[in-house]
Design a binder for this molecule. Structure first.
Ligand code: PBG
Length: 331
């Protein structure tokens, strides 16, 4: 049969590896990754998390080893999440202000052992409160302004311990401006703020709450402060407010179900934009991998390139060390 005369044959460019590489529009590199790490007390401990195969809670000495590994792999930054002893949790989240709490001790140890890695810390009270909420409760209400005052104290405590990026994940109104001002007043004008600007009230945080031990404690849900998954324009208003108040970088969370938000945020503001591929997204992929239904490496890379396509500058992902290893091997 004679060939059709077609002016355009898009398949022409897809025929070979060299040609596909030549016209590739987006690339994922190790520089795009932030590695979230769960911290526990003790020494030499690496404790598996049942709902997150391949992810562990680690003691500070082990977190230091992970940070050194991150540095060797070229992962720019790690994000620390403490699993605080239940005995240290109270209504006011007091342990968040302890200069020797898990996160602060981890910051100091990691900064010394892996000086080339950015250390990010989560600003929110949920790992420290007996009710599992990110803010302070008065009756059934999560009170805004009192919580902001507490978050400012928490952020300062983390900055004093040497973190480089504070990441408020609480969704209280006005916290970015309050934290920026307090940091500057204390001479921490170089500490960066990555705001969880558009953070949705999501079912996909379930495994994370297991990992930090706040899930069983959580009284009610977080819908009075985290966003309604049905909304888009509201995300733009939230991002605008955080940028006005001094956020250096903004984040959308969760990730894959919210790529439309990532794209709109990037197009509208052009600010450094990140997405958090959250615990439930990781667990979904890994559960299918464990059943032999998905190829881990392929699903991992494809899920992450999706964020680049959506305009993200980087991704917080539990796959970070695995991707970095894979990218290193293929370099
Ligand atoms: C706490 C916080 C959460 C996550 C990051 N910081 C959970 C929540 O808001 O309940 C979720 C991360 C994940 O699911 O991987 N404020």
């Amino acid at each position: 049969m004679a060939a059709l005369h077609l002016t355009h044959r898009p398949r022409r460019l897809r025929q070979t590896d060299w040609s596909r590489r030549l016209v590739r529009e987006n690339v994922l590199t190790t520089n795009d990754l932030i590695w979230p790490i769960f911290i526990i007390d003790g020494e030499g401990r690496r404790e598996p998390i049942a709902s997150m195969p391949g992810v562990e809670r680690v003691s500070i000495d082990e977190a230091v080893r992970d940070a050194v590994r991150a540095q060797a792999l070229g992962i720019p930054a790690i994000a620390l999440f403490p699993n605080t002893d239940v005995a240290l949790r109270d209504e006011a989240g007091t342990e968040a202000f302890n200069e020797n709490n898990l996160v602060c001790r981890a910051c100091r140890a990691i900064a010394e052992a892996a000086p080339g890695v950015g250390i990010m810390t989560d600003v929110a009270l949920d790992p420290y409160t007996s009710h599992g909420h990110d803010g302070l409760m008065r009756g059934d209400e999560i009170v805004n302004d009192e919580t902001v005052a507490a978050l400012v104290k928490q952020a300062l405590n983390q900055a004093r311990a040497g973190c480089h990026i504070v990441a408020p994940s609480d969704m209280m109104d006005g916290r970015i401006g309050a934290i920026r001002e307090a940091l500057d007043e204390e001479g921490f004008e170089r500490v960066q703020i990555m705001s969880y600007a558009a953070k949705y009230a999501s079912a996909f945080y379930g495994p994370f709450r297991d990992a930090v031990g706040s899930g069983g404690l959580l009284r009610g849900d977080k819908r009075t402060y985290q966003m309604d998954p049905a909304n888009t324009d509201e995300a733009l208003r939230e991002v605008a407010l955080d940028l006005e108040q001094g956020a250096d970088m903004v984040m959308v969370k969760p990730g894959l179900p919210y790529l439309d938000i990532c794209r709109r945020v990037k197009d509208e503001f052009g600010a450094p934009t990140f997405a958090y591929q959250v615990s439930g997204e990781y667990s979904m992929i890994m559960a299918a991998v464990e059943r032999g239904w998905l190829d881990r490496d392929k699903a991992m890379i494809e899920s992450l390139i999706a964020f680049k396509r959506a305009g993200c500058d980087g991704i917080l992902t539990y796959f970070a060390p695995f991707v970095a290893e894979k990218l290193q091997a293929s370099a």
